[in-house]
Design a protein around this ligand. Sequence first.
Ligand code: ADP
Ligand code: MG
Length: 274
Amino acid sequence: MRIKIYTFCLCEKLLAAAKFAMKPLRVILRTMNVSENAASRNGFAVRADRVSRHYKMGEALIRAVDQISLEIRAGEFLALLGASGSGKSTLLNLIAGLDRPSSGAILAQGRDLAAMSSEELASHRSQTIGIVFQSFQLLPRMTLEENVELPLRLAEVPRGERPARVREALDRVGLGARVKHRPTELSGGEQQRAAIARALVNRPMILLADEPTGNLDTKTGEEIMNLIAEIHRPPSGPGRTVIMVTHERGLAERCADRIVTLSDGAISREERLR
Ligand code: ADP
Ligand code: MG
């Protein structure tokens, strides 16, 4: 069920971005650059202000996310921890702009997501946010290079620049030799690496990951965590803001600057580690 929802979200995102690609992009990108400057001035990559996401199920009201306020610094690595059903994925999808809150506001890179049209939101997701899911979400009929190229096509990156960008992203995750392979020809760890390359190819400021090691064995999961940690703080060049959902405290403690624990849709604990 959840995989279906995510697939739907991803398809909807791709379609919305494709529709948007027909429109003049530069005007909106100019607005985004202004906002990115604003974001670097106030130092926050993401702010959630009393955000709620409630679902009505017959008579019952499910408070998946309930009045959460959270500020995530630019360049911070935040881990969202919590039991199954505590609201982690719902909150991450709100931050990603894949879902809209029932009330409250989300600001990403200084921009209020609620004030964006669906086209602006699609553009924002494509330019500013990279997302990695537990179930990889690669398109099975496409080769790795085609999968990784897709966000570049949607962002209207000129055709001539794309092969080098795809190569760079796949090299970065150690899959430079597998570009012609299809996802089914790869191990789970390799598929997640390819999904990370796809998330990074547009050079987003923020990487979101929902249980990225959830479908992997311990050793492969640790390799993926090391990769995400290196994306957060590379040996050279600028780092990225990372927001990662996990239910494994050990993984969170190793990499995150801060752990926020959710219970029943609210923040129950906050720990600063670094
Ligand atoms: P987690 O990622 O922490 O496991 P979720 O954010 O997926 O939790 O879900 C939080 C709560 O919201 C759960 O009780 C879940 O059943 C409910 N929920 C999530 N998505 C929906 C939906 N589309 N419709 C109804 N309830 C939902
Ligand atoms: Mg979840």
